[in-house]
Design a protein around this ligand. Structure first.
Ligand code: AMP
Ligand code: ZN
Length: 111
């Protein structure tokens, strides 16, 4: 999708620190970390918002969550982690390509 920073990263047009990549999704370091470990899990397919996700897209998000739980050691989040999806303006979504924030590596503030 044109003008999408995450699609551009996927294609290698914008630099990033990729931690994991397969055909379905990638995990990169967030450029503006809000926790000691702050990663983004980003499906390859460009879907702007969670609320227009198809069943297939939702199934992939489930698979990604499971994969994260199996990658805790290599992601540096073995003592616990938080997953967040921002949907729309009130949540402060800034990149309109669905992604999961992965935060951990330290004791996080309660929400
Ligand atoms: P959200 O507010 O949920 O849409 O999250 C977008 C996230 O993408 C923010 O945490 C940004 O810091 C992050 N971000 C934006 N541009 C880049 C980039 N080029 N590389 C890595 N992370 C980015
Ligand atoms: Zn995109």
């Amino acid at each position: 999708m044109e003008d999408c920073v995450f699609c551009a990263i996927r294609k290698g047009e914008i630099p990033s620190t990729k931690v994991y990549e397969d055909k379905d999704f990638m995990i990169i370091k967030d450029i503006n970390p809000q926790a000691k470990v702050h990663l983004l899990a980003i499906p390859t397919n460009h879907v702007p918002y969670l609320d227009i996700m198809t069943d297939d897209g939702a199934a992939l998000l489930g698979k990604i969550i499971l994969k994260i739980s199996k990658m805790q050691e290599e992601l540096g989040i073995t003592d616990g982690y938080r997953l967040v999806v921002n949907q729309g303006d009130n949540a402060g979504q800034t990149v309109n390509h669905v992604h999961i924030h992965i935060m951990g590596g330290e004791k996080l503030k309660d929400i």
